[in-house]
Ligand binder design. Structure first.
Ligand code: ADP
Length: 523
């Protein structure tokens, strides 16, 4: 008797043969023909009986229904007229010729004539019915629709394939460990980066791997155990030893996963962060160098400013004293020239002070002393300071504080400097007979200040530029007004120190309004 290498098939063959020979007789002697008939008709399995020319002699109800016909439709029709298929015909012929059954699992079957052109997967058996030794009298065909199972298997195979591709093509090194910490698989990056063959990893336990020193082994074992206990372990960096003895730093991120066999696995991804580390170090070094340079710049500016301020104060002080007549009456153009010396000296001193303030802010060394005081205190100082200038240009100057008792929590000298800068600009850029209004009022978001003038205004396209250091609108056409171009830049930084924002509304030829809000810090 022919023997099959697959033990499952062999077992089936034995069963069928038994059935064909002894079993059938036995069954018939035990079960009345009506019961066998009933089983034939009601089984969910599709069953057909064919003669040796493959004419269908009888089919059961399940068979007929699968093809959308009545059982009588099939009787006398040739199987291959209904389902033409050359390779199946060879299988059928061999079963008759060799008197050996044929079995197939998940065999593709196309109902070519059906309207939906259905494709099904069938588990089939084709059993020769032996009349006497080697003489086949007919064929017994059984088929079971296993399409759903086959599709599930197919999608499992596809997802397995996808996973394999991700595993193979991943830009990271991937190591799969079982729950005992034994390497099940590694991808080719492990070889590319470390120089070891996958055979030097597969089947080895974590502690036997050649790419770790003892300290690292302790760490990775601890992380592995925590993951296997269900703990979430974040990414961590470890040092790997290559086959050639050199080392590289890898970022490890791993997580426990459930395999298709329901077993727990540890999926470990390793990224090469050598380049990233180098870039981080370079950035850190560059930052340190920049900070050192900035410190030197600030120190240099502080020293130079100090050295410049001392002689400048003498120049300003002595020229002012001479202008006031301490050295006797001035003759000819002496007063004019002394005035020039004093004004230029004051402008230079202003510039030096501004540069020094800016570098202090940038170095984070600007002091900030917050205190509570009435806004009216500052307004009084400003009025005394600016009234002589506005009067000489016949500009009306008004201060409004709502309510008049309004108090603020801020750095007094910085707020004073902010308003002095804005007011100086307002006076500078407002022609004779104009008006300037300085106001403060309590709002929901804090105390809102406004410095409004009826001056020359600022072109719309220059509104953003005026806050940049050394940018002056006039340098775009003509320069009439002196200044450093640093005032608004400093004002903005001082307001930022109070967590406020500076904004400007202006129309060329009609005037400007600078506004800012100092948030209420709860005084
Ligand atoms: P500056 O020392 O030149 O006044 P600022 O930073 O204070 O420097 O101002 C920058 C520029 O913004 C000024 O040169 C001027 O062109 C413009 N500006 C500022 N305030 C006013 C204003 N109230 N009216 C018109 N232009 C102004």
């Amino acid at each position: 008797m022919y023997s099959y290498s697959d033990p499952n098939i062999q077992q089936k063959v034995n069963l069928e043969e038994n059935y064909n020979n002894e079993g059938r007789k036995c069954l018939e002697s035990f079960l009345p023909a009506e019961i066998l008939e009933s089983v034939f008709e009601h089984t969910h399995m599709m069953v057909a009986y064919l003669d040796t020319d493959f004419n269908l002699m009888r089919v059961n109800r399940a068979y007929a229904e699968a093809d959308d016909h009545l059982p009588s439709f099939f009787v006398g029709r040739n199987y291959f007229d209904l389902y033409p298929n050359e390779s199946n015909r060879i299988i059928f012929e061999n079963v008759v010729k060799n008197c050996k059954p044929y079995f197939a699992t998940e065999k593709l079957f196309e109902y070519a004539d059906s309207p939906e052109n259905r494709t099904r997967y069938l588990d089939c058996s084709l059993i020769p019915l032996e009349e006497n030794a080697g003489n086949v009298s007919g064929l017994f065909l059984t088929m079971q629709d296993v399409t759903e199972r086959a599709k599930i298997n197919q999608s499992l195979i596809e997802s397995e394939q996808k996973f394999r591709n991700i595993f193979k093509l991943s830009p990271e090194a991937v190591v799969l460990l079982d729950k005992t910490g034994m390497v099940v698989d590694v991808n080719h990056r492990v070889h590319d980066w470390l120089g070891y063959e996958s055979s030097e990893f597969n089947g080895k336990r974590l502690l036997e791997l050649p790419c770790f020193d003892d300290k690292t082994k302790t760490l990775i074992l601890e992380m592995f155990c925590r993951r296997m206990k269900g703990e979430k372990v974040g990414s961590y960096e470890i040092s790997f030893i290559r086959r050639d003895g050199s080392t590289f730093v890898g970022l490890v991120s791993a997580s426990a996963i459930q395999g298709s066999d329901d077993m727990l696995y540890d999926l470990v991804l390793i990224s090469d962060v050598t380049l990233l580390k180098e870039q981080q170090n370079a950035l850190l070094e560059a930052k340190m160098a920049a900070e050192a340079a900035n410190r030197s710049k600030s120190e240099f500016l502080a020293n130079v400013s100090h050295e410049l301020r001392t002689p400048l104060n003498s120049i300003i002080g002595f020229s002012d004293a001479m202008l006031e007549g301490y050295t006797g009456d001035l003759k000819g153009k002496q007063a004019k020239y002394l005035n020039n010396i004093s004004t230029s000296g004051k402008n230079l001193l202003n510039l030096i002070n501004n540069v020094l303030d800016l570098s202090k802010i940038e170095a984070g060394k600007m002091d900030f002393h917050s205190e509570s005081f009435p806004v009216a205190d500052i307004f009084r100082i400003l009025e005394n300071m600016f009234l002589p200038m506005t009067s000489s240009k016949n500009i009306s100057l008004q201060f409004n504080c709502t309510p008049s008792s309004l108090a603020i929590h801020a750095d007094f000298s910085k707020l004073e400097e902010i308003l002095i800068n804005l007011l100086s600009n307002a006076v500078k850029f407002t022609p004779e007979n104009g008006a300037i209004e300085v106001s403060a009022r309590s709002t929901e978001s804090g105390i809102q200040f406004s410095v409004k003038d009826t001056g020359i205004g600022i072109p719309v396209d220059k509104l953003d530029l005026i806050f940049e250091p050394f940018k002056q609108v006039e340098c775009f056409h003509k320069r009439e007004h002196s200044g450093t171009g640093l005032g608004l830049c400093l004002v903005r930084k001082f307001i930022k120190m109070h967590d406020g924002e500076l904004s400007v509304k202006s129309k060329e030829g009609e005037g400007s309004e600078f506004c800012f809000v100092i948030p209420d810090l709860g005084c």
